[in-house]
Design a protein around this ligand. Sequence first.
Ligand SMILES: Cc1cc2nc3c(=O)[nH]c(=O)nc-3n(C[C@H](O)[C@H](O)[C@H](O)COP(=O)(O)O)c2cc1C
Length: 428
Amino acid sequence: MQPKQAIVKSYHDGTKHSYHSVLVNPNYVDPSTQPLSFKFYPHFYRRLNLDINNPIHKFIWLTSTITCEKNYQNSPYQLRVNPSAGGLYPTEIYVQIRGIENIIDGIYHLEVANNSLSLIYELIDDGLENYITPGKCINGFIFLISCVYYRSSWKYQNRSWRYCCLDSGHHLGAIAASAYVHNRKVQLIFDFDKLALNSDLGFENKEFVTACAIAGEFQDKQIRSLRLKVPFVCGTDYFEANQFIEDAYQVTAVQPSSHKELEFPVYDFEQERFFQAIWRRRSIRRFHKQPISQVDYLRILREAEKPVPAEHFEEIEIFSVIHRVDDMAPGLYKGSSLIKEGDFCDKVGYLCVNQAIARDSAVTLFLVSTYQNYQTAMQIAGFIGHRVYLISNYLGIGCSGIGAFYDDETQEFLGTDKDVLYSIVIGK
Ligand SMILES: Cc1cc2nc3c(=O)[nH]c(=O)nc-3n(C[C@H](O)[C@H](O)[C@H](O)COP(=O)(O)O)c2cc1C
C-alpha cells in the first residue's frame, strides 16, 4: 500500500465501531444543544421564492425540500427528501444558474427552511466552471454539495466523517431523482478544485464542498474564477472544531479517484409514481418480518447496480444477506451468487449494533469497496443507497440506511478484505 493510501485508510480505520467502542462511547448528547440544521444568508441578499408551478423552480425545490413534520419531546422537527444519519442534515446545496430565462445568472444558496434561493453571487465573466470543468462553460445548472460538518460531529464525533460523505451521496441521489422526473440528465463530478472553492465561497473551516452535479450543456469557453470572495456565513449557531474530520477531508479532497467512461443510467419508472416515491420516501423504523418477492428484490438489485453517471468513480460491491425473500435460500450472497447458506438474522442484527431492523428485514445489504479516493467511494455508496431507498419505496417496500455496524466483525462475516462502507435494509 502506498504511504498516502495508508493515510487515507487511517480515516476509515480511525472511525471503526466495535462492540467495545460502542459500549464505552454510546454517543449520548443533550438534544437541547443540537446546532442549527438550516443555513441562512443575511436578509440583504436577494431572494427568489421557489414556485412549484414553475418546472425549473420545482426541479431545484425537489432536490432538498421538507416533506414531513414530526414531534419529538414536544419539539417539532422536519424531515426532508434526502435521508440523513440521525436526521442531522449536514449537507447544503448551492446552485449556479446560467442562461435560464427569467433567472439572473448567479450562484444561489438553496434556503431549505423557506423554499427559496438566496442570490449570493452574480456572474459576469466568472463562475464555478473554472474550478470544476476548466475551459468549459455550463449553460444550465451546477449544483454544489457542501457539508456543515459540526451538525453531525456534534453527535457522532469522528464517525460523522463517514456520515457527511454518505449524506452527501444521498443528496446527489436526490438531485439525480429530481432531474429524472423533470426530464433532465445529471453528471456527477467528484474530482475538482474543492479547496479553492471552499476558500472563495468563504467556508473557512466550518463547511466543505464534497461533490458537484451538472445538469446543463457544456460549451467550449474559458470562464474565470470568482472575481470576488463570498463572505463567510456560519451554517450553525455555534461551532466546535474537529481536527480529525478537517484532516480527513483535506487529504481526501485532493486525491484522484479511479476513472471510468461516462455512462448514463436508463430508467423506465412511471414518472408520477416515481415523484410520489420521492415525496413520500421515509426510513422504515420497524419491520413485520414479512417476505418480499424475488422479482422485487432482483429489480432493486438491478436498479442499484445501474451505471453511476460519473467519470471519477470508485467501484462498489454489494453483499446481500437474505433473510426473507420468496423462492430464495436464506444466506449470504455476493451480487446474485449464494456464498454461505443459513439463517443469519440474529447475527446481522448484532453486527448492526443490535438494531432490530437489520434482523427483521427481508434483506440487509452491505456496500464494500477498495478505493483510490475514500471521499468519492463513500459518496457513491450513499448515491447507490439513495437509489435503493427510492426503488424500494416505489415498489411499496420499506428501506433504511444503516451507518452503525461493527466494522471488523462485519468484514469477517462477509469474508472480504474490502472496507465496509454502508449498510441498507429493505423489507416489509
Ligand atoms: C448515512 C445514514 C446512516 C443512517 N444510519 C441509520 C442507522 O444506523 N439506524 C437507523 O435506524 N437509521 C439510520 N438512518 C436513517 C436516518 O435516521 C433517517 O434518514 C433520518 O432520521 C431521517 O428520516 P427519513 O429518512 O425518514 O427522512 C441513516 C440514514 C443515513 C442517510
